[in-house]
Design a binder for this molecule. Sequence first.
Ligand SMILES: [Zn+2]
Length: 82
Amino acid sequence: MDTIIDGYSSKVLVAYPTAINDPNDGPVFVRLCPVCGRFVKADDSVKCNIDGVPSKEPNATCKKHGRVRMDFYCWISDGWEE
Ligand SMILES: [Zn+2]
């Protein structure tokens, strides 16, 4: 089902349950290039700091712009569901 969350289709959001203290929690990103808005290929995993905050490193690949960083959207625990 294509759920719309705050204007984003769930297909556009990608979640990484990488929180150290909770295997079901982690960051959710908007899977669009921050430069051109194209759909990007999200990495299989994202680097996170020790407290679970996603690092500032690129985490996706845009066909036009190469390595980019998807915008952080929310935490899985904020109520986002796949
Ligand atoms: Zn781009």
